[in-house]
Design a binder for this molecule. Sequence first.
Ligand SMILES: *Cc1c(COP(=O)(O)O)cnc(C)c1O
Length: 389
Amino acid sequence: MTRRHGRSQTHREIAVFEPYLGHDTLGAVARAFHERWLGMGAATREFEEELARFLGLLDRQVLATNTGTSALHLGLLAAGARPGVEVIVPSFNFVADHQAIVATGATPVFCDIEEQTLGLDPDKARSLINDRTAILLPLHFSGIPCEIDTLYDLAREHNLRVVEDATHAFGSSVDNRKVGSFGDIACFSFDPVKVITCIDGGAVVLPDSEDVASLQQGRLLGIDRDTVERYRNGRAWDYDVVRPGYRYHLTNVMARIGLSQLARVDEFITNRRRYCTLYQERLGNVEGISVPLTSYDEISPFIYWMRVTESRRQALIDHLRGRGVATGIHFMPAHAFSFFGDAPRGDLSRTERVSSEIVTLPLHSFMHEDDVEYICEVIADFFTKRVGR
Ligand SMILES: *Cc1c(COP(=O)(O)O)cnc(C)c1O
């Protein structure tokens, strides 16, 4: 283990996230500057078209936004979220989702997850449905699709809309269909740490039947007419305001960055799959931990996670930090936050257990396989030498 020694000398930590930023990324920024139109414009349009092409959208449309959270907010509004309406959502999720629900005036109802995918549990979701329920908001945690077919069956049965949080699953597929290319509404994020980044950005994908013009207005302060002009790097000077709206549009600069990342996304995904498969091979047999049991063939992995008994998690995290390996925790369950103390919920026993056991390991689009090997050795060491017992 020569690397361990090298690390302690240089103090270089292997970060949990390491966004890809290359000369091509800088070139994209420079290009946007040369185009002399910084705000939403033709590059935003081009980014939407390239997203549609990558996702393989046929009868669906895509709307780029300035964050994933705003994509979720607009997607929820399109699905009819409003005061008096309940949205069933996993507590095991980033709080952006719960706040997006709150922003519509609707009520988040915290639901448990199931053991395999750590996604929304269809049976427990069913038990939370009442006559105020209008929307299911499942998350494809870490890029591994949740039990989406069962959830769509449930939605059909009860006439619910589905807003998929696909922020972790850009490029993941279910039976050869990319997440977002089928179903109801899907939301993506291109924030600093996601598989591709716009620095900050997001997108909503909707069926053709949805009123996209209205959502375009919602994205730009309720302004009618302006989107079309802006897609040509122009501005409408006379316009109407026709609905409530937000400043949620994606600028040309961010879109150019997104386009440069999208051009390389297949390479990012191929690499990330390889690192996850290596983690799985090395960690699958280590006693004391469990790792996702999945084939990565159809998955675009966002994070790599493992589970360890609660009583040993902090010691493992400290052990890794001492050997130059950063870790994360995704997620602290939302129902435990003070703001959501009174939010309605079902049984959350699995959420509580998983969130006390889960650890996120480093995963980047470009890592050294040696680094993955090293991280796995440090973990194996912890368990075989019974560090911290
Ligand atoms: C990243 C993320 C979001 C929000 O996306 P932003 O672009 O950061 O606003 C929402 N939910 C989950 C689970 C995420 O990981």
